[in-house]
Ligand binder design. Structure first.
Ligand code: ADP
Ligand code: MG
Length: 696
């Protein structure tokens, strides 16, 4: 057995009780532990003296303990029993009063006369300084690392415990951590070894080592993603797909209440040509089969990507084949089913909806009808890719808002065909991204771009304001509702507690959560209006119910998380208010804004952030200005890329399931190009990577 596969109970200090805590974090083996990366690193290296510490800012101080630690029991506001520890520490320039909570054993580890490094927010000015719950490390006779990793933790498991376990694991597994790169390749791309990167991310001795570690891990992550995509593409391309004849489209077009734009028609031609074998005639010699198409359709929010997908599904049905449309949320699936389903049904197609919320009996029937070929088009969430979903003859698989799905999920859908008959793949991207980046991120797909909005689209007025504008904002919303319109309010969090009932700590100021913010608005600022909330962690049936009531106009104001980000269409809604706007990426804000301005009414997007009061030149203010000035998603993405680098696109906030843990380090397009070079080379050499090897 490889040492990396050892259970963590092999480590000194991991009892069965602790094993349970580790498993809460998904850590069972030494391997899991080594790849439990810090969310970021605190820079505690720049120590200052008390006199120089800035009020309200993070500071790192080396202090001597002056008074013994006192320990008192108190009750919290909520009535829970807790303990408080207090003591004073000082250097030559001043003293600091320290307060901690529930650290009963502090008195044993912190001794009067000894020196420690304190890291936390300093309150007050020299002479009257205090710190609450700082990180404390013994400083006497020890080399303290300047960068301290901040790990995702769970109650009962501290950073110190985690660090000491990781240290042991690194030692034990030393010889079992492979490097898939040769020395020559590492030199070519200026990378440290994979093992060095692991040491560097957990125990960075200096800034350069940390930078190198992040770069190497980001490289590995992106490389693995690209190699996988390329191999998937090659595997599919070596198979075949049903030939879908280019149909007579008049019937389809006659059912549309509008004329398709030039750009929509172009994208549709691309995919119809692919599927009918026109694109690569040399590969397509048989009458029944052609080489599988794999195409990305990029278009700004509201550019009308759905209808392109529907037209392609219509074409598949006309040739006698089935198709599927997979979307990331149940809300969106239902909406597509209702709109698209109605349209396709009018043309005589049999459309079905399958989501996690579909009842067992209904599901059974749908599965049978899919297998017999009775259903032409299936719309749904990733319930579509479960093993028991079998098609009779699927020719086309569309994934909408693809960035929400990882390659793995896309792969499973693509592999729904049998006997190496694959469906053609059409991927609709939600977030427009610059072409250079698209070619890296979707390196295995052909790309069509819808670079034109339907005629008559209005501009959405966008404002960024500080929280002191709240009263005016609510008055504004009330007025719109009195005119018969509706509004969205988006918050960064679903509830204040996570699934385990623990309070979520994110920033050092309050983040709004949909649930409690909704309660507050209902009782105070928006009293009398119909205010409800929806978020991703609610039951599917509850979500569907709220959304359909909002669509029917029964709810005036919908408070929500980003579950409404993608695709939701309620044309009567004219205000998009985004709380804690600083928590969202620009493209995501643009995407949210795209939920309004869908009807004939004038629409508004209001971004509220405590950061707006701080400074007009702040990074956030600059980014927001881009959004206020432009309504063009491609333009916004391009500027955002210039301002922040590609990290933004790969961050958690942007891509959901397709997120990269080392997103920040993917700071330069060069790194991404290098990974693509190498992945392409290795794919040619058929050097498959066991992804398990690099913890991805
Ligand atoms: P997205 O590209 O964001 O997925 P949708 O496909 O949801 O956009 O389309 C947004 C709205 O625009 C829908 O209500 C759709 O019916 C409408 N639409 C699509 N194409 C056109 C067009 N050519 N002219 C007018 N309206 C259109
Ligand atoms: Mg869409």
């Amino acid at each position: 057995m490889k040492t990396t596969q050892y259970p963590i109970t092999r480590l000194f200090g991991v009892s069965t009780a602790r094993e349970k805590l580790f498993s809460k974090l998904g850590i069972k083996t030494l391997f899991d532990l080594l790849y439990h990366f810090p969310a970021d690193h605190e820079n505690r290296g720049n120590t200052v003296c008390v006199d120089d510490a800035q009020n309200g800012e993070y500071a790192s101080l080396i202090l001597e303990i002056i008074t013994p630690v006192t320990n008192t029991r108190i009750k919290s506001k909520g009535g829970r029993a807790m303990t408080v520890q207090k003591f004073t520490a000082a250097d030559e320039t001043g003293s600091v009063k320290v307060t901690c909570f529930n650290r009963e054993f502090l008195g044993q580890s912190v001794k009067v006369g000894n020196k420690y490094r304190f890291y936390g927010i300093i309150n007050g000015i020299a002479g009257l300084c205090s710190m609450t719950s700082p990180a404390i490390e013994a400083a006497d006779g020890k080399v303290l690392l300047p960068y301290v990793p901040r790990y995702p933790l769970t109650a009962g498991l501290t950073s110190n415990i985690l660090s000491s376990c990781i240290k042991q694991a690194l030692e034990i597994c030393k010889n079992d951590i492979d490097d898939y790169l040769t020395d020559a390749e590492r030199e070519e791309f200026d990378l440290c070894t994979h093992y060095e990167a692991l040491c560097g991310i957990h125990f960075p001795e200096n800034e350069e080592i940390l930078r190198q570690a992040k770069r190497r891990l980001a490289f590995d992550e992106m490389y693995a993603f690209q190699l996988n995509s390329i191999l998937l593409g090659e595997n599919v391309k070596s198979g075949k797909a049903y030939r879908v004849d280019y149909p007579e489209m008049r019937e389809f077009l006659s059912h549309l209440p509008f004329e398709m734009t030039r750009a929509q028609k172009k994208a549709l031609h691309d995919i119809l040509w692919d599927m009918s074998g026109v694109t690569k005639p040399e590969d397509n010699t048989s009458d029944e089969f052609v080489s599988p198409a794999r195409r990305l359709v990029q278009g700004d929010v509201g550019s009308g990507k759905t209808v392109v997908a529907l037209a392609a599904m219509y074409a598949a049905a006309k040739s006698g084949y089935q198709s599927a449309l997979m979307v990331p949320t149940g809300i969106l699936a239902r909406q597509h089913y209702e709109d698209a389903g109605r349209l396709l049904s009018k043309m005589g197609l049999h459309v079905a909806l399958l989501t996690g919320g579909t009842k067992a009996a209904e599901k059974k029937q749908i599965l049978a009808e899919l297998k017999s070929g009775e259903i032409d088009c299936l719309i749904g969430t990733h319930a579509l890719i479960e093993d028991n979903v079998e098609f009779k003859n699927i020719a086309l698989a569309v994934t909408d808002e693809q960035h929400r799905f990882g390659v793995g999920q896309r792969k499973t859908l693509e592999e729904k065909g049998e006997n190496r008959i694959f469906p053609h793949t059409l991927v609709m991207s939600a977030t427009p991204i610059p072409r250079t980046l698209a070619m890296i991120l979707y390196c295995d797909l052909d790309i069509s771009i819808i670079d034109e909005l339907p005629k008559g689209r209005q501009k959405i007025d966008t404002y960024a304001v500080g929280e002191d504008y709240h009263t005016r904002v609510y008055k504004f919303i009330r007025e719109r509702v009195e005119e018969g319109r509706q509004a969205y309010i988006v918050c960064p969090l679903a509830e204040e507690k996570n699934a385990e009932g623990e309070y979520i700590q994110t920033a050092n100021y309050e983040l709004k959560s949909a649930k409690s913010f909704c309660e507050k608005l209902k009782n105070e600022e928006l009293k009398g209006l119909n205010v409800e909330y929806v978020h991703g962690r609610m039951k599917q049936t509850e979500k569907d119910e709220i959304m359909s009531r909002f669509a029917d106009g029964e709810i005036d104001v919908l408070v929500s998380t980003t579950v409404i980000e993608v695709g939701v269409n309620v044309p009567n809604s004219v205000v998009m208010l985004i709380e804690n706007a600083e928590r969202f990426g620009l493209s995501q804000l643009h995407q949210l804004r795209g939920r309004v301005g869908r009807g004939s009414h004038k629409s508004y997007c209001i971004l509220v952030s405590p950061l707006m009061n701080k400074s007009k030149d702040s990074d956030f203010a600059k980014r927001v200005k881009i959004l206020c000035d432009s309504g063009d998603g491609f333009e916004i993405a391009k500027k955002d890329l210039e301002l922040r680098g590609p990290g933004e696109f790969f961050g958690k906030r942007q891509h959901g399931a397709l997120c990269f843990r080392m997103a920040d380090a993917m700071g330069d397009v060069k790194l991404l190009e290098q990974t693509k070079t190498l992945a392409t080379r290795h794919a040619k050499e058929k050097r498959e990577l066991e992804i398990e090897k690099i913890g991805l």
